[in-house]
Design a protein around this ligand. Structure first.
Ligand code: ZN
Length: 148
């Protein structure tokens, strides 16, 4: 996974072109804005909670292929999950994209498509922006999140 072409594999290209859960949520409980000035990625994450469970999630905004694909994959991976499960998943995902853990040792499901980001440190912020923004939405933080 050292070739840039490998980073933009089919899953990422597909989610960038046709992002899942893209748009607003009419009945959102919370929303947060995230910004990665290094790349120009700007996302808004909307969430609907059912107790401790994330019952619905959507995102909108603009950004590079990695940030969009990561946000799209994140919405699929976190919907219907508890906040504890989401925290654990984010920790696992973060450890893989920062190169602290090997993707083969962690259960990431489709999020593993972004493992190649570890080879490109400047892309880590693109890949984690949606997650930081989701955390802000879960925490009810109204200030925009920035990766800088
Ligand atoms: Zn980016």
């Amino acid at each position: 996974m050292s070739d840039l072409a490998d980073l933009y594999q089919q899953v990422i290209l597909d989610h960038n072109k046709s992002p899942r859960n893209f748009g607003s949520l009419d009945d959102a409980d919370s929303s947060a804005d995230g910004h990665n000035p290094l790349c120009g990625d700007a996302l808004t994450v909307h969430i609907k909670m059912d107790g401790n469970k994330l019952s619905n999630i959507a995102f909108e905004g603009s950004g590079c292929a990695i940030s969009r694909a990561s946000a799209s994959l994140m919405t699929q991976a976190t919907k219907e999950r508890s906040t504890d499960e989401i925290n654990k998943l984010f920790q696992a995902f973060h450890s893989v994209v920062t190169g602290e853990a090997d993707v083969d040792d962690v259960s990431l499901g489709k999020l593993a498509a972004l493992a190649g980001v570890a080879e490109f440190p400047i892309r880590v912020k693109c890949a984690t922006l949606a997650w930081h923004t989701l955390n802000a939405a879960l925490a009810g933080e109204t200030d925009a999140v920035t990766t800088e």
